[in-house]
Design a protein around this ligand. Structure first.
Ligand SMILES: NC(=O)c1ccc[n+]([C@@H]2O[C@H](COP(=O)([O-])OP(=O)(O)OC[C@H]3O[C@@H](n4cnc5c(N)ncnc54)[C@H](O)[C@@H]3O)[C@@H](O)[C@H]2O)c1
Length: 331
């Protein structure tokens, strides 16, 4: 019997709880240490995991025996713990977006490249079991339209509701769909965007928040295809919709992205019906753990390089939201 992989968590908020649930459902892995600036938060997650508690992640990195670390802090606080962990030779599961800023993303990519670190980024749709099928179909019969909906409630975490800190709806919610569309249809050359603080979220959006309730993004793919991403922050209790429609000359396929994960439609005259077992967030973690066991960075579902490409598109969308017009990615 092989020993459990020992994980440390940096950041003990919403997503830490979700990953702890995955860990409890996966074999031969346990969380042995949890760090958060807010010790009460670290204690809450650590007590559920039976793990050690830290309010300083550097002390955790220096003092605990761990096989890998999960960086689950807000985007502005991704770079420092990532760099410190890879310097110590630890593999890292880094939550998305890769960083808040271009400069942090470049520094993270350089830190990873310089030591050949094993790092996965938490864009979990890349771990959809049927993603290779969707990408192969798009290569054989090029897509004309990719249309994503991200309509539903979400938690108004303090950093999320401030555009400067979290990148608002673009980085927090739409970037999942930008990443998935890129995984299927390739590079995006230009974007357009619009946003509005029309009151959809109601009292879910705390006073002083400056982010949009609703945004619409248009992505211009190098292939000539167009993508759209529609995001609406709605109130709890209303029906939600997380989907992606893929349309080509010979196909129309709808991908359901929560709570079930499936792709159905018609391709080349034949019915398409693809499903996945475990939710992709769990599969993404499982693939990271497999990569750690094999010592092979290539086994992760989403690399830093892929996530950094998605960040460039998301940052272009943010510039388009602020200034209007068509914005070239990377300009
Ligand atoms: N993959 C997904 O579907 C998904 C879903 C939600 C959030 N996320 C990502 O996960 C990350 C965290 O989001 P969340 O919703 O858990 O946020 P959260 O606010 O619920 O939790 C973040 C935690 O990090 C702690 N923290 C902040 N700065 C820190 C620092 N420097 N050192 C240690 N702890 C620090 C905070 O005290 C807080 O407890 C973000 O990057 C977010 O985009 C991903």
């Amino acid at each position: 019997m092989t020993a459990d992989l020992r994980l440390g968590m940096i950041g003990a908020g919403w997503i830490a709880d979700r990953h702890l649930q995955s860990v409890s459902e996966l074999p031969q892995v346990s969380v042995v240490a949890v760090a958060d600036l807010d010790r009460t938060r670290a204690e809450r997650v650590a007590s559920a995991a039976g793990a050690a508690v830290h309010d300083d992640w550097r002390a955790m990195l220096d003092g605990e025996q761990m096989d890998a670390v999960m960086v689950l802090t807000p985007p502005l606080a991704h770079r420092e713990p990532l760099e410190a962990a890879v310097e110590r030779g630890l593999p890292v599961y880094l939550e998305k977006p890769v960083a808040r800023t271009h400069d942090d993303a470049v520094a993270i990519a350089e830190a990873v490249r310089s030591v050949g670190a094993l790092v996965a980024v938490g864009y979990q749709y890349r771990a959809l079991d049927f993603l290779p099928d969707l990408a192969a179909a798009a290569a054989a019969d090029p897509l004309g339209l990719l249309a994503s909906y991200s309509v539903g409630a979400t938690a108004g975490r303090p950093w999320f509701v401030q555009q400067a800190q979290g990148g608002g709806q673009v980085l927090e919610r739409a970037s999942h769909h930008i990443d998935l569309q890129r995984a299927i249809a390739g590079e995006v050359d230009w974007v357009q965007a619009a946003g509005s603080q029309v009151d959809l979220a109601g009292d879910q959006r705390p006073a002083g928040s400056d982010i949009d309730d609703v945004i619409t993004l248009t992505l211009g793919f190098r292939s000539g295809a167009l993508g759209t991403v529609l995001v609406a922050w709605t109130q709890p209790g209303l029906p939600s919709r997380y989907t992606l429609d893929l349309v080509s000359a010979g196909s129309a396929v709808r991908v359901e992205l929560d709570p079930g994960f499936s792709a159905t439609g018609v391709r080349g005259g034949a019915e398409v019906s693809l499903r996945t077992g475990a939710p992709p967030i769990q599969r993404g973690l499982e693939r990271f753990l497999d990569a750690v066991r094999a010592g092979d960075p290539g086994l992760v579902a989403c690399t830093v390089e892929q996530a950094a490409g998605t960040l460039e598109v998301a940052l272009a969308c943010e510039r388009a939201l602020a200034g209007g017009g068509r914005v070239t990615v990377g300009s």
